[in-house]
Write a protein that binds this ligand. Structure first.
Ligand SMILES: Nc1ncnc2c1ncn2[C@@H]1O[C@H](COP(=O)(O)OP(=O)(O)O)[C@@H](O)[C@H]1O
Ligand SMILES: [Mg+2]
Length: 291
C-alpha cells in the first residue's frame, strides 16, 4: 500500500494534550464560572458575552462585573481569548471584519453595543494601552495633546500646557521629559514610550483603562515603573489588564479572572485565586502545569 493511503487510514497519533483539552472544552460549556464574578459597585457589567471570528467561537457565555476603581487581571494560556475579550470592552473588535460580539456589555448601565453609542466617545471613556508602545510620530507634547485636541477639550494653549503636564505627571514621566517636550515621542526608551502612551490615554479623562500585556516588551525596571503606576492610577480609574505574568497579576490587581479556551473558568479576589484556587484548571495553570 502506498504511504499516502496509510496516512489516510491510520488514526492520528494520540495527542494527550489535545484529547484532554477537547474534553475540558466540553466540560466547560456546561459549567458555571467559579468564584465571585459579580460586584456591588460595577463600572462595567458583562452578561452572556460570546465573541466569534466568522464561524469560530473565541469567547463563550462570559458573565462578569468589573468594579469601580478596581484593577482586574485577565490571565490564562496563550490563545484563550484574553485579548479578544478585552477588545470587546471598548469595541476595538469592530475593526476586525469577521468579528461578531453577542450578549450584553454595560458601561455605567448603558449598553456599549447600542446603536445610540458613539464609538469615538466610548473609546475616550474606555481607553486602551497596547502591548507594544505605539507613540505617534509626533513630539512628546503633541502625543499627549492629540486626544484633547481631537475631542475639543481645551480652548487655550495654557490650558493645554497644563493638561499635558498633569497627564505626564500622572504617568510618572514628567521629570524625564519636561525639558524636551518638542522632541519625538519615538525617541524615548521603550518604558518611557509606554508611559507616554499611558499619558496620552489619561489626557482624555477615561473612566476605564484597558491594558493588553503592557509590559511584555519592557525590561524589569520599566515594568516595575508601570506596575507602580497602575497602583496609583487605580485611585482614579478602573483598570483591566491582560498579563501573561502571574507575578504581575498578583502584584497589581484586586481581582483576577482565569480564562481557558474561551471560557471564564474562575474569578475572585487575586489573593484567593493564587492561594486557594477553586477550579482544577486554575490550579493547574498557576502551578505551572500548562500555559
Ligand atoms: N483577528 C482574528 N481573526 C481570527 N481569529 C482570531 C483573531 N484574533 C484572535 N483570533 C483567535 O481567537 C482565539 C483567542 O485569541 P486571543 O484573544 O488573541 O487570545 P489571547 O490574547 O488569550 O492569547 C484564538 O484561537 C485566536 O486564534
Ligand atoms: Mg493576547
Amino acid at each position: 500500500m502506498p504511504d499516502a493511503a496509510i496516512d489516510e487510514i491510520a488514526p492520528p497519533a494520540a495527542d494527550p494534550t489535545t484529547d484532554r483539552e477537547q474534553n475540558i472544552e466540553q466540560d466547560l460549556t456546561a459549567e458555571k464560572t467559579v468564584g465571585e464574578a459579580f460586584c456591588e459597585n460595577a463600572k462595567m457589567s458583562m452578561r452572556d458575552v460570546k465573541v466569534f471570528y466568522g464561524e469560530k467561537q473565541a469567547i463563550y457565555d462570559v458573565d462578569i462585573d468589573i468594579g469601580q476603581n478596581q484593577v482586574i487581571s485577565m490571565i490564562g494560556p496563550s490563545g484563550c481569548g484574553k485579548s479578544t475579550f478585552l477588545r470587546s470592552l471598548n469595541r476595538m473588535n469592530d475593526t476586525v471584519e469577521s468579528c461578531r460580539v453577542a450578549g450584553e456589555i454595560l458601561l455605567d448601565g448603558e449598553n456599549i453595543y447600542s446603536s445610540k453609542m458613539d464609538v469615538v466617545e466610548l473609546r475616550a471613556r474606555v481607553g486602551m494601552v497596547f502591548q507594544k508602545p505605539n507613540p505617534f510620530p509626533k513630539s512628546i507634547y503633541d502625543n499627549v495633546a492629540y486626544g484633547p485636541r481631537l475631542h475639543g477639550m481645551v480652548n487655550h494653549r495654557s490650558e493645554m500646557d497644563d493638561l499635558v503636564e498633569s497627564s505626564l505627571r500622572r504617568a510618572g514621566l514628567w521629570n524625564e521629559v519636561k525639558d524636551r517636550l518638542d522632541q519625538p515621542g519615538t525617541g524615548l526608551s521603550g518604558g518611557q514610550q509606554q508611559r507616554l502612551c499611558i499619558a496620552r490615554t489619561i489626557a482624555i479623562s477615561p473612566e476605564v483603562i484597558l491594558m493588553d500585556e503592557p509590559c511584555s516588551a519592557l525590561d524589569p525596571i520599566a515594568t516595575a515603573k508601570i506596575e507602580e503606576l497602575i497602583g496609583e492610577l487605580a485611585e482614579n480609574y478602573t483598570i483591566v489588564i491582560v498579563t501573561h505574568s502571574m507575578q504581575q497579576a498578583a502584584r497589581v490587581s484586586h481581582r483576577t479572572a482565569y480564562f481557558h479556551l474561551g471560557h471564564l473558568v474562575e474569578v475572585n479576589d487575586t489573593q484567593k485565586v493564587f492561594t486557594a484556587p477553586e477550579h482544577e484548571l486554575t490550579e493547574a495553570y498557576i502551578t505551572g502545569r500548562f500555559g
